[in-house]
Design a protein around this ligand. Sequence first.
Ligand SMILES: Cc1ncc(COP(=O)(O)O)c(C=O)c1O
Length: 426
Amino acid sequence: MATSRRRFIRQISGAAAGTWALASLPAESRARTISAGMDPVRPDDEQFWAMVRDQFPLSHDRVYFNNGTVGPSPYAVAEAVKRTLDTLDASGEYGGWEDARPKLAKFVNVDEAEISLTHNVTEGINVVAGGLPLKRGDEVILTTHEHVGNALPWLNRMRLDGIVIKTLSPAATADENLNRISDLITPRTRVIAIPHVTCTIGQVFPVKQIARLGHDKGLWVFFDGAHGPGMTMLDLKDIDCDFYATCCHKWMCGPKGTGFLYVKKEMLDVVQARWVGGYSDTGWDVTVNPPEFKGYVPTAHRYDFATQNAAIYVGVAAAVDFLTHIGMENIVRRGNALAAQLQKGLLGLGDGVEMLTPTEERSRGMVVGFRLKKIAYDKFGEHAAKKGFRIRLVGESHLNSIRVSTHLYNNPREVDAFIAAVREVA
Ligand SMILES: Cc1ncc(COP(=O)(O)O)c(C=O)c1O
């Protein structure tokens, strides 16, 4: 009764509004459930997207264009985390992080037995890179545009076990990237381990075709999916890779320090669990002689273990709900439209701009990377910061370039203002 009095559903009327609705939580909460309804929300439905923006505590005195590094959480997520911390500290109870696993599994269309809860992308990459049975001379394919998180775990195996790393530099089209990967495959190749979307220029690789190519050649296929969930319509069953490591703290706008790793069921006994503990096993006993370890649980749960921070995983479940209510199709259309507006605007500035992100539609998403001929990237960074833009400068791969990420809380006016700021110096 009290709850129903404090709750309400407000139907927004107006020219642009479709069937979407706004539901409030209790009065003291700033969190709103924004339900897009059955009809698609237009990417230019500014009334709807302004309502989404209002759900983020982001300050209004600057423009946040750095979701590629970390995504701010909406109130619903932050409040879920705080509430759980309070509840657990009041009750002294243990547990509560498990609900995130089925939510995440459904979000990316796999079985919950294939999901391991991690704390960032790099952790998941280490599980796979460290657990695959690779021998001296075995070859692994990376790109020249790796984030340190997908470079070091494989380079570490090169150092420790003598595997060989082969690299491709990303091309502007999906077909050419497939050719480049294909050309690198030799009888010694064991793994393709490249990003779904690069951290440098936001290049989207044709992951489904790459997985097929890899499997046709008998390889294991791993994707560094830091920029997958929340930025793309991620369907891991459809992509059909063997492993996919990602986080919830970028495009999913979940709590910081949360992530997950997908390991295809058939691969569970292939990726050796190097770190194990509570919940990894089906039984153990050190009171018998010899001591006994029965085996691993038949799920990817074997790779995560022991006590977790329940509050942040409750926050992950809230983030999945937040995105799902808005609708991933709607979010992808909005974010991509903003990035396309930005790319077009920058290209329109002429020769002074060197566009690094592919213009091919299937090879780009919500990130735009570029360089300016007349001004060094770090100087531009200072200029942009003075104008109130939070962007990312890319030193990786010696690119010395500029990266802008657009997400569900950005809008076309911010993009236009950024293009104007570039025009001033380009
Ligand atoms: C492509 C890519 N891989 C891996 C990482 C590492 O992510 P995390 O810090 O969550 O491990 C990042 C972070 O920006 C990234 O962009």
